[in-house]
Design a protein around this ligand. Structure first.
Ligand code: OOG
Ligand code: NI
Length: 458
């Protein structure tokens, strides 16, 4: 019967992403200003670059651009991570990738919950960068025990959300009114709380150990700490930010500016201190910030190895953490080193550096079934029967994420932990394996090839 038909998880995700954005705009007015700036900039870029507009039209990204955003949360326990994984699954979001942030002095490891199929991404590309605090990296045993107890006491999901997750799991989905209730209940987990669960002194102790530890342990829940819109020109937005009263961090994370963007470029700005009522006193805490991103083509393992090599070489040559003092030199070094990375799609494709999607063209359709029709993918591409477009990167970058964390935690927070990735432990907490993002890109690319060959040569 129609009344009990299940809503697609993709539609729930789309509704949730909108609800989250509305909530965050109410709570953080600067986010609203940023959205306007990004929308204006994107409209201008599309007007002035018809080639880019056509590319985004073909891949469908133009329709999802205004919906596109990612957020981030930080969880305290394995149980919280396991349940959030089930909550996101109701919205068709799966854990993709594993990020170890400990080498950069951030005591967390992370994954990104997102849709995995190009059709689902087209409905809503909403992603949540989700970190799990690693209490085992806290040296002070008393503080570790205190944090453990504080986290064990809190319940970050409403009983309504838990019931609807279970219902979705047992019945294979949610009907329209349950989906609406789910969005409302799930949103509560991500809300900001003006009250802390600890005393002012306990907060200070946690914060002295690491600002991030206080941000997780002292609060009732994993407040969403930023929501990031996607821009088509991050340098333009970065330059226009001060005029809107927004001060961005000194350097843009990720690759340098290029004709053909690769992976992900990001910049962020610090949020203000917000008043907090501790259990015994008034104080403040700053956690919420703003961020923008520009997405480029996803790289193959070979392309990614080249990216990592060039990034490391530039950073090694800088010899310091890239901050205000070195911003200009860092940009120069990045541009210089990245000359070794071909800056056109043809070369990137020929050298196997990036993933692409293939689309049948009008010419291709018209030539279907004719005797002289090319029979191989490469010949179809050369003849213009198949168009090639970059496959957009949907994930994150560990070095960039560390830079974003650092800039918002303040320079005082630059602790050092030995690199100790522990994907197995993370997956144990999660209750499942994370998905390898490279496989997803490979599958999307292959599906587009199969579709072209099926349409033209069947
Ligand atoms: C997440 C920081 C990383 C990104 O886009 O790489 C991030 C956090 O601060 O919780 O958002
Ligand atoms: Ni982010």
């Amino acid at each position: 019967m129609h009344a009990t038909a299940h809503v697609s998880p993709d539609e729930i995700r789309k509704g949730f992403s909108k609800a989250m954005s509305d909530m965050y705009r109410d709570e953080v007015p600067l986010y609203g200003a940023l959205l306007e700036l990004v929308a204006e900039t994107n409209a201008r870029v599309l007007d002035s670059e018809p080639g880019l507009a056509q590319q985004l039209q073909r891949t469908g990204e133009i329709q999802r651009l205004d919906l596109e955003r990612h957020g981030a949360i930080r969880l305290g326990t394995a149980a919280e991570l396991a349940t959030i994984s089930r909550l996101f699954a109701v919205m068709g979001m799966q854990p993709v990738g594993y990020y170890d942030l400990s080498p950069a002095g951030v005591p967390v490891h992370s994954t990104a919950f997102r849709a995995v199929h190009e059709h689902a991404l087209q409905t809503s590309p909403f992603r949540v960068f989700t970190s799990l605090l690693r209490l085992e990296l806290i040296e002070n045993a008393d503080l570790r025990a205190f944090a453990d107890r504080a986290l064990a006491k809190r319940a970050i999901f409403t009983s309504g959300a838990l019931a609807l997750i279970e219902q979705a799991e047992t019945q294979g989905g949610l009907n329209a009114s349950d989906a609406e209730a789910f969005i409302r209940e799930a949103l509560e987990t991500f809300r900001w709380h003006h009250t802390a669960t600890v005393t002012g002194a306990q907060y200070q102790q946690l914060s002295d150990q690491h600002r991030l530890i206080a941000d997780v342990v002292a609060f009732k829940g994993p407040h969403i700490n930023h929501l990031t819109p996607r821009t088509l020109d991050i340098d333009q937005v970065q330059a226009a930010m001060p005029g809107k009263g927004i001060t961005p961090k000194a350097v843009i994370e990720g690759p340098p500016r290029r004709q053909c963007p690769i992976l992900l470029r990001q910049t962020s700005f610090k949020a203000l201190d917000e008043p907090i009522a501790f259990t015994d006193a008034h104080g403040s805490h700053s956690a919420r910030f703003g961020e923008i991103e520009q997405r480029g083509v996803a790289l193959t393992p070979k392309g990614r190895a080249l990216y990592d090599q060039l990034l490391n070489a530039a950073r090694d040559e800088l010899g310091a953490f890239p901050n205000e003092a070195h911003a200009e030199r860092y940009v120069q070094l990045m541009e210089q080193h990245f000359r070794a990375f071909p800056d056109n799609h043809t070369q990137m494709r020929e050298q196997g550096l990036a993933y692409f999607r293939y689309f049948v063209t009008e010419i291709g359709l018209a030539a279907r079934g004719q005797a002289e029709q090319p029979r191989t993918l490469e010949a179809l591409v050369s003849a213009g029967h198949v168009a090639v477009e970059p496959l957009v990167y949907e994930d994150f970058l560990p070095v960039s994420a560390a830079g974003i964390f650092q800039s918002n935690l303040g320079d005082a927070a630059q602790n050092h932990y030995a690199a100790n990735a522990n994907q197995a432990e993370f997956e144990q907490a999660l209750g499942r394996k994370t998905i390898d993002e490279l496989q997803l890109y490979g599958q999307t690319q292959q599906r587009s090839i199969d579709e072209c060959m099926g349409t033209l040569l069947a």
